[in-house]
Design a protein around this ligand. Sequence first.
Ligand code: GAL
Length: 383
Amino acid sequence: MRNLYFTLSAIIIIIVGCRPGEDYSFKPGARWPDNNEVHINAHGGGIIYHDGKYYWFGQHMVEGEKGNSAWVGVHCYSSGDLYQWKDEGIALRVEEEIASEITAGCLLERPKVIFNRNTEKFVMWFHLERKDLGYKDARSGVAVSDRITGPYTYVRSERPDKGNWPVNVGEFHKANEFAGQEIQFTGGDDLPVYCDSLNILGRDHNDGQMARDMNFFVDDDGKAYHVYASEENSTLHISLLSEDYLSHSGKYTRAFICRYMEAPVIFKRDGKYYFIGSGCTGWHPNAARYAVADSIFGPWTEMGNPCTGPDSALTFHSQSTCVLKVAGKEDAFIFMADRWTPENAIDGRYIWLPVIFDGDRINLKWFDEWDLGLFDQLRFRTQ
Ligand code: GAL
């Protein structure tokens, strides 16, 4: 009788406690079904926490190689617990008109949404390459909405910081002798370490700075910063946005000069700023890098590769896209990265790992499966 009682209780707990398909752990690199059992389609994404819920925005990819271009737009998902995600639909749709800057087939990458407390608007920025220009265009697009899930209205695109010099400009940049000159590097092994002497900054001063891989960081004082791969991907710029977050204020700095960093992420912990990024090898993974600073405008101190263990030289076959602070949990940050599959873009996988701190050093190590309880164990171990 007792056995029967236990068996029945166990069955009831299983039936009531777990609805089919629900899973309360992260499995980096596995298929991640949404509420409709469809693999989440939000690549190069970012997550924002608002009014008790998380919202994940990312590139909607389609099948096959052409899937890396934008044929649909920016997809949004919501979640209360970070494990189960509800499809909220397309937050920003590409447009049908050929003349539109975001016409179907453009490249619309790494979308990020930030919330402006003063205007109460949600502002979405993304890397935009207008159609058929390859990666030459290097622009930043912006869209806005009153509702977090959209629809977002496209505002415009631009090359940031046109006509402004960074706070750490050198006198030789201002001489601007290379203005208008065609200088291009694509990345790979052939990256000129002397790149600063080519003065790409000066070349682009009048037309605006190139902006490819990018991210945003909103500081505790409400100031928002755009970090973007500029100067033919050789150097990052960190640029203060205007108060309404819809344009650039004109104040910016150059960081990691000639270090060819992509996939930038900035976050803050205990008053210190952290940067995580990648090298510059397109869809192919390379070793991540991280850096710390006391001020977002630097100086930044490079600390090497945060990943440890097998495949750490390839960031576990992925590339950074966001670091998310878990709401209501002390010292809990999640590193989010993309495992790209450019031959069938829609199948790209998500690598989420806990950020483990030792003082201001970061350790990203592989877990086949983990959950948020891990942060409590980690804290307990370091106390
Ligand atoms: C990566 C970049 C991606 C995408 C890709 C194209 O380095 O992080 O966002 O632009 O190159 O090759």
